[in-house]
Design a protein around this ligand. Structure first.
Ligand SMILES: Cc1cc2nc3c(=O)[nH]c(=O)nc-3n(C[C@H](O)[C@H](O)[C@H](O)COP(=O)(O)OP(=O)(O)OC[C@H]3O[C@@H](n4cnc5c(N)ncnc54)[C@H](O)[C@@H]3O)c2cc1C
Length: 46
């Protein structure tokens, strides 16, 4: 099983995870983010 580490929970990081999941349903994904809150899309703020 592959292991992935994604740094940054913005749209790039989340899109990367979606891309990985679309081809690897079993890989272990660790997301490291500096955000003090849960993931969110900044473009949606406005
Ligand atoms: C208020 C606002 C409105 C916007 N509206 C639009 C819009 O309408 N349309 C549009 O196209 N774009 C818009 N943008 C721009 C858009 O948000 C960015 O282009 C987009 O978020 C970039 O995505 P990203 O994942 O590359 O970076 P980011 O969204 O900046 O995500 C990077 C992530 O990495 C994390 N990070 C940073 N350093 C570290 C570290 N050392 N360790 C761990 N994690 C770290 C951050 O906490 C963050 O979660 C808007 C931006 C803002 C602020």
């Amino acid at each position: 099983m592959k292991k992935y580490v994604i740094i940054g929970g913005g749209i790039a990081g989340v899109s990367c995870i979606e891309g990985i999941r679309s081809v690897d349903p079993d890989g272990e994904i660790t997301l490291i983010s500096a955000e003090p809150v849960s993931n969110y899309g900044r473009p949606l703020i406005s």
